[in-house]
Design a protein around this ligand. Sequence first.
Ligand code: TPP
Length: 574
Amino acid sequence: MKTRGSELVVRALEDAGARFAFGIPGTHNIELYDALHRSEQVFAVLVTDEQSAGFMADGVSRTSTSVGVVNVVPGAGITHSLSGIAEAYLDGIPLVVLACGIRNDTGRAYQLHDIDQLALLRPVTKACLTPATPDDLYQVVRQAFDLARAGTPGPVAVEIPANFYLLTHEVAAHETYSPATTVAIVASDAIAEAARLLDGATRVLLYLGYGARNAGAALVAIAEALGSPVATTIQGKGVFPEHHPLWLWNGLGRSAPPFVRTVAGECDVMLAVGCRFGEVGTGSWGFTPPATLIHVDINRDVFHRNFPATLAIEADASAFAAALLPLITPRGEWGDATEHMAVGHRDLRELVMRERSETGVTPAVLFDGLQQRSPDAIYATDSGNGTFLGMEHLRLDAPGRFLAPVDFSCMGYAVPAAIGAKLANPTRDVVALPGDGALLMTGLELATAASYSLGVVVCVLRDGELAQIAQFQRTALGREENSVLPPFSVESLAATVGAEYVACRQDAHVPAALDRAFEVARGGRPVMVEVAIDYSRKTFFTSGVVASTFWRLPWSDRVRMLGRAVSRNLQRLD
Ligand SMILES: Cc1ncc(C[n+]2csc(CCOP(=O)(O)OP(=O)(O)O)c2C)c(N)n1
């Protein structure tokens, strides 16, 4: 039969369950946009900058069963979208990138947008697929979705020459696709050994990453059977319900409050599931696991990289948890760990609510206000203090509610990721928490939100500087360098993009500001709440990372840095 590649691609997207394709059209892919227009399932979303296409698609993938699609023109569309794709790659989020290629049927050199784009995409994708003929398109696009979801998820690119979209081709058998079936096999002797180590422990510490997100109920049952305190990584926030008496913290060691260190210090076996012990999640390796570490992950490459495992088990988290649960011996009593944790959490809450800001908004008051008004909201944070404040103040009971750029840690994530999440979850409240620096990168995307009537609440953490870095600079250098932002008006920006503006300058403003924000957003209009955030109380995370990084320096550099910071601070006092 005769058809165009654009039609085949749209059919493949539909059959793979795609719902949103983010990008900006160009001459190369106008036929694809035309075909998308006819689709009743896949909606083409026009972004203001392709950087956001990756972040929005990421927001869809993190909050729904659908894989987000990036749909861009050759060359410039690819280079702009790389940051979003790289974030998804390092955070393990499935995406499909429809990377349009230049025409491969003209024999011409120096075509518009002609660069070696696969060389750019390879380091930030799981695979780059190149259909050889239009006949391959349906099959290859379907395969891209399966690859993106398989194992540790991530982005998969398909380079589609422009002529495949544009021209009419004779194709045969274009809609056949038989996915390769994989069966998760868990080695039973390894599980039995894990059960033996866990049963023999004085106290087990569970440490859960994003890779454990589908194993929630079984992991809760394991924790309850063993009476184990449960910590998660940053990305694993919500994998274990945070109102559960066995929930400890998102992180361990120097980057956690003292009571967390005490409770974790009493554990002699760690069961780590679906995590990689990466730099950010561990607060720059600010803890050492107990002597016995059982490490379970679907990707064997993560084992023994940062911490040697006593027992490494290559398995899907839910298959592992289901197989382990019947083998462990329930302990009955949870012991005194739950009391320590309850007291620790209560004291911490009293402390953060007591220490009120005199100049601006106390973070605890802001997060309290958000949680009271919307117990079920999805949060998208940004590279900056917002991620760590959100992590420490929010209590979430399910995964898929804390979208944070963790391992690539790319500024500009929060607003577009929130838009993607809102598209995929139109009836849920979605709150973005960008710093004012991050807002300058992708805040214009609120014009996209306004044009599609997406009521996201954007709490702009406004302090006039790139605080996460300025705070490091003040500690290490004794002064900040190039981290003060130029003045700009959030109110004018809101008016420009069609968002409602709400000012929130002190704690007393929080209730009315948030009431108004949710009212506007639930009516389908984006809203920017300019929050004069008070960052003076450092997060446990930031203090811990500074300390861990500092103590790893050679002693001579420690002395040099300390000396410089002290002398500059003294000069300032003069
Ligand atoms: C694209 C990119 N550029 C630079 C950085 C380094 N960086 C990390 S956090 C940060 C400061 C962010 O400032 P802001 O958005 O105002 O948030 P705040 O730190 O004030 O909470 C910077 C510059 C980064 N992570 N990503």
